[in-house]
Design a binder for this molecule. Structure first.
Ligand code: MG
Length: 173
């Protein structure tokens, strides 16, 4: 069970992800969470830097599908500017939405990575399907009370993984 909660990589933000490193691992498809991974939950659209990053993904020939547990309204509004496929109300960590995202990208689990900020939804959901997983530090720490409670557990688990040498602490540079 515990290994299903362990991310393969832990980075400061999506901009810190080594895209060429993913390529070398055979990763061609990226399933990306929105809230607190790409933008804070109150940010409605992607900024210039984010749009540039999505351009870079395209240039590097990655297929992308956004996967969010948030509402259709939020997800559609966010994806309008980037024009990439998205699955809303994904009910992560359930497998169905991850399978749907992989079908949309036409990529198998062995060529797919999940990028997200939550261990119990993004990482757990990805790992139980055998996907490569990248955890990012959440953008904004102002969150709902239930999430705040989960974050406490997450922090404890991450510290434990780092101490045991199973995970490398993210570098902000
Ligand atoms: Mg999130």
């Amino acid at each position: 069970m515990l290994e299903l909660l362990q991310p393969d990589e832990y980075v400061a933000s999506v901009f810190h992800i080594n895209l060429d490193g993913l390529k070398k691992r055979g990763i061609e498809g990226l399933i990306i969470d929105i809230d607190n991974t790409l933008v804070s939950w109150k940010t409605k659209t992607a900024d210039q830097r984010m749009l540039k990053w999505f351009e870079l993904l395209e240039k590097k020939d990655f297929r992308v599908c956004l996967l969010s547990n948030n509402t259709k309204d939020r997800v559609v509004k966010f994806t309008q500017a980037i024009r990439i496929p998205a699955v809303y109300r994904a009910a992560k960590p359930r497998k169905r939405a991850f399978l749907k995202a992989m079908a949309a990208m036409d990529k198998p689990p062995s060529a797919t990575a999940v990028i997200g900020d939550q261990i119990f939804t993004d990482i757990f959901g990805g790992r139980r399907l055998g996907l490569y997983t990248v955890l990012v530090i959440p953008i904004n720490d102002r969150e709902f009370i239930t999430t705040r409670f989960v974050r406490k557990i997450e922090r404890r688990m991450l510290n434990d993984m780092i101490q045991k040498g199973k995970l490398v602490k993210p570098c902000n540079k």
